[in-house]
Design a protein around this ligand. Structure first.
Ligand code: ATP
Ligand code: MN
Length: 462
């Protein structure tokens, strides 16, 4: 008999029919006449209740049906008389795939802390919380593709191994096949990478943007969606060493088109989750964050505030609020500043533009004032920066001047500069940290809890 996923069982048309379900036992209770098992198969946050009439089953059989055990049950789906569920299955057959020893299986009943669950990240997807988070994450990934595909963007795969440091921040994981215990050296004592796998020093990518610009100046509108690596030693609830980034890059977009796209994009994804992940979001809201749904709706229903960096600095200086970090023109905004603007002043997401060029990357389009660049950050309640982007400097001479000012090694950049040498166009793009979006939508507070296997400083378990 064909298996029905539990998500598909809650259907009046199936009542009275024989069904086959397979899954993992959440709980078992009952007495010598009747036993009730809550079964979950990961397809939904909801469990199906299975009723075992003990006239038809032996105690010996049911003894193995412990929390975490995997079973296959066939029986009739009926409307439930009991409280807390609408349907249940009256079991006719029971097959046990694998027992989970109650003395050893760590996920007994409920109430584990998120911290404890991080230590058993290999099993935590079997909990309600992580089941919900991972289903929402999957739905959001689908929404990302759907949004861009509906608009005629092409999905471009940019390399994970690269010889250029896009952000210029030097926070890269090196990739090498050289013997670290016996490194070849050049005459001046540096490591000689000429014998390395790629014949030069390489690292894991911190961004696919530079290659994305090559795609955009050929295909028009592209997006990337892939793993990104940053060896930043920042142990915060918002940074991972390995995270997923979505980077659209568009020819013929100025900063305003870029802002419009960013706003439409995040609203689309959040709305998709609200429409398609109701059970999971309701559960997360109930458990962790009573205002979650209201907050998500409010982001979808209201337009984002748009201000320049200079206006933002003035607002902060006139706020009368005491900040830990000083506020002055030229300062890189700290998350306390961003959150003040978003959560207290505007009470909605804020897109901030036109930053001092000193605090932004070399590729951002320079404004006529000679001081600011057309960068934009999208700032979200509870998250801070969720998107960073810009209009790109498309003028070859201006871009070169900036590269020289910042002393960026030129010989590695020739291929990038070709975009400006041959048929350069105004263009823009941005990067959205996927886990920050998942954080926002699920109401979780630590980024380690929205990716199945987090990579953070001193942690690469599982
Ligand atoms: P932050 O200031 O928060 O460290 P950033 O300015 O370094 O971020 P960008 O280089 O602009 O980030 O990257 C684009 C987006 O990628 C960010 O807006 C954020 O959503 C996400 N992001 C950046 N670094 C990380 C990280 N270490 N872990 C998870 N997401 C990240
Ligand atoms: Mn940024």
């Amino acid at each position: 008999m064909k298996r029905t996923k539990i998500a598909k069982l809650f259907d009046p048309a199936l009542v009275g029919q024989e069904v086959s379900v397979k899954g993992w036992v959440r709980t078992r209770r009952g007495n010598k006449h009747v036993q009730f098992v809550a079964l979950n198969d990961g397809s939904t946050i909801r469990n199906i209740q299975i009723v075992f009439d003990m006239a038809q089953f032996t105690d010996e059989q049911l003894k193995s049906v412990t929390t975490g055990s995997s079973v296959h049950v066939e029986g009739i789906l009926v409307e439930s008389m009991g409280k807390g569920q609408s349907y249940e299955i009256q079991a006719r057959t029971l097959e046990i795939y694998g027992v989970a020893d109650p003395e050893k299986y760590p996920l007994q009943k409920k109430g584990h802390t998120l911290e404890f669950l991080r230590e058993i990240a290999h099993l935590r997807p079997r909990t309600n919380t992580f089941g919900a988070v991972l289903r929402v994450r999957s739905a959001l990934a689908f929404a990302v593709h759907r949004f861009f595909q509906e608009r005629g963007f092409y999905y471009l795969n940019t390399p994970l191994i690269t010889a250029s440091d896009c952000e210029g921040a030097g926070e890269m994981f090196q990739v090498t096949t050289l013997d670290l215990n016996d490194l070849p050296k050049t005459e001046d004592g540096k490591v000689d990478f000429s014998g390395d796998f790629f014949g030069k020093a390489t690292a894991l990518t911190v961004s696919g943007q530079l290659e994305g610009e090559l795609g955009a100046t050929a295909l028009g509108e592209i997006y990337t969606f892939g793993p990104t690596f940053r060896a930043e030693n920042s142990n915060t609830p918002r940074h991972l060493a390995e995270f997923w980034m979505i980077e659209p890059e568009m020819a013929f977009y100025d900063i305003h088109d870029n802002m419009d796209l960013a706003e439409d994009f995040v609203k689309y994804c959040i709305n998709y989750a609200l429409e398609n992940c109701k059970d999971d979001i309701d559960f997360l809201s109930e458990m962790y964050d009573k205002e979650l749904i209201e907050r998500l709706r409010s982001v979808v229903d209201n337009s984002f505030a748009r201000i320049t960096y200079t206006e933002g600095i003035e607002l902060l200086q006139n706020s009368g609020h005491k900040f830990e970090f000083p506020v002055y023109w030229g300062a890189d905004l700290q998350s306390e500043h961003e959150r003040y603007l978003v959560e207290h002043y505007f009470k909605k997401p804020v897109i901030m533009t036109d930053y001092p060029k000193e605090i932004k990357a070399f590729y951002m389009k320079q404004n006529a004032d000679g001081k600011t660049v057309r960068g934009m950050d999208v700032l979200f309640p509870r998250i801070g920066e969720i998107i960073g982007g810009s209009e790109r400097e498309e003028n070859y001479d201006k871009l070169m001047a900036r590269i020289e000012e910042l002393d960026i090694p030129m010989k590695d950049m020739w291929w990038y500069l070709d975009t400006r040498r041959f048929g350069t166009v105004p263009h823009s793009g941005f990067g959205l940290g996927f886990e920050r979006l998942v954080l926002f939508v699920t109401g979780m507070t630590n980024i380690r809890d929205v990716i199945p296997f987090p990579r953070t400083p001193k942690n690469a378990e599982f």
